[in-house]
Design a binder for this molecule. Sequence first.
Ligand SMILES: [Zn+2]
Length: 97
Amino acid sequence: MVLVSIKCPDCNSEDIKKNGKDKTGKQRYLCCNSNCTRRTFITEYVQNGRLKKVKDKVVEMALNGSGIRDTARVLKISPNTVLNELKKNEILLKKLT
Ligand SMILES: [Zn+2]
């Protein structure tokens, strides 16, 4: 048996508890860091767009002049996910649309 150390994808805390299973049978975890905005997570996210590092990349690519479709293709997420992320940053959205 191989033990893999599990870290919260947002705060990198290793203070993690098991928190049941989700609908598809994946192990859910609960972040015990009280300063962390994320409460529960699973280790294998099916949707890349839900990961914070991908969201950061969306903003970074927008700043570098990538369009919504380019960004979506490179990051393997849907254009809607890109758009939703950029809506939180209206200045970037105005530059791209
Ligand atoms: Zn956390």
